[in-house]
Design a protein around this ligand. Structure first.
Ligand SMILES: [Zn+2]
Length: 342
């Protein structure tokens, strides 16, 4: 099959569109012919190399896949060849206490499609049967690929971690990111008031179209001052954050008493200062969030199938142009998901 792989970590140039062996399925696995695969920032980090992670090389990234079932293992019962499916990106044991509680990403054997196993930058990818979900409603393959990682992550951040309540004020940092565009919609649907930030006017317009009540252009306006203005100096109840150091202080200072800041990423750096007085005096919480469980993805998919939540697609590239697609992601000139078509 054709795939985009890298044989060593490095810049975009290490991505090679080349012949690669087709995945061999085990008895409980499913082979999927990839129709669309969405990019995530994770792909860029994995390509560059993450800490002491030892990825199998050459490696194929790609965590968000939709496609058609090509072949099923001998013990696969539920999934049939020819089905239109999307893949749940989290792979866990399914047997431990955490998996039992639906907290898949806390499983000790948890990994993500495209991290320690080959992902979807290819014509075919394999996954355990339990990860294969029928494409719900009238979702297209492109829409299906734009859902899993970001809706699962945003859902986990807002509900499982921050325990969002109707009527609360939510600040979403980076409206144009996949997680941001999902979080705006989920928070709005819950009955929250949503304030969204982005670095360009055209992105703020799109954020409003997705349901944001107020917007802040963080390249020209003071985030903390605008939040104070919108909330009558009270601050916001929940902040959905994945940028890290660059916005940390302004975000922390924008939290209301009992406010919860949830972070799932550090694109601008991971070292910050924390004012403990501001933490205990205002009874605030700072919490981490990482991926989520399959059950959370299924809940989000119900609302996506009913068109209450919308997968947001920026653009699509042919698989052989994966390097150009990653360059677009690095440029930050996008809103929503960037897709690859094998
Ligand atoms: Zn487990």
């Amino acid at each position: 099959m054709q795939a985009v792989r890298f044989h060593a970590h490095g810049d975009i140039e290490v991505l090679k569109y080349e012949e690669a062996p087709e995945p061999k399925i085990e008895a409980t696995e499913v082979l999927v012919k990839v129709k669309a695969c969405a990019l995530n920032h994770l792909d860029l980090w994995l390509r560059q190399g993450v800490g002491d992670w030892k990825l199998p090389l050459p490696h194929i990234v790609g965590s968000d896949v939709s496609g058609e079932v090509a072949e099923v293992g001998s013990e696969v019962k539920r999934v049939k060849a020819g089905e239109r499916v999307l893949l749940c990106p989290g792979i866990s044991c399914g047997q431990c206490e955490m998996c039992g509680k639906g907290l898949d990403s806390a499983c000790r054997s948890y990994t993500v499609l495209g991290v320690f196993v080959d992902g979807g930058y290819a014509e075919y990818v394999k996954a355990p049967e339990v990860n294969v979900i029928p494409l719900p409603g009238d979702l297209s393959f492109d829409e299906g690929a734009a859902v899993p990682l970001v809706f699962l992550t945003a859902w986990h951040m807002l509900f499982t971690r921050a325990r969002l309540q109707p009527g609360e004020d939510v600040l979403v940092i980076g409206a144009g990111s996949g997680v941001g565009s999902a979080a705006i919609q989920i928070a709005k649907l819950t009955g929250a008031r949503v304030i969204a930030t982005a670095g360009a006017e055209w992105k703020l317009e799109k954020a409003r179209a997705l349901g944001a009540d107020e917007v802040i252009n963080h390249s020209g306006q003071s985030l903390a001052a605008e939040v104070r203005r919108f909330t009558g100096k009270r601050g916001v109840d929940v902040i959905v954050e994945h940028v890290g150091a660059a916005v940390w202080e302004e975000c922390f200072n924008s939290l209301a008493t009992y406010g919860r800041l949830v972070t799932c990423g550090v694109t601008s750096g991971g070292e910050v200062k924390l004012n403990l007085q501001g933490l205990f005096g205002r009874q605030r919480s700072v919490m981490g969030s990482f991926m989520g469980g399959k059950a959370e993805l299924l809940e989000a998919l119900k609302l996506i199938a009913r068109r209450k939540l919308q997968p947001v697609i920026d653009s699509a590239f042919p698989l052989w142009e994966a390097a150009a697609a990653q360059r677009k992601m690095e440029s930050r000139e996008f809103f929503g998901k960037i897709l690859l078509h094998p």
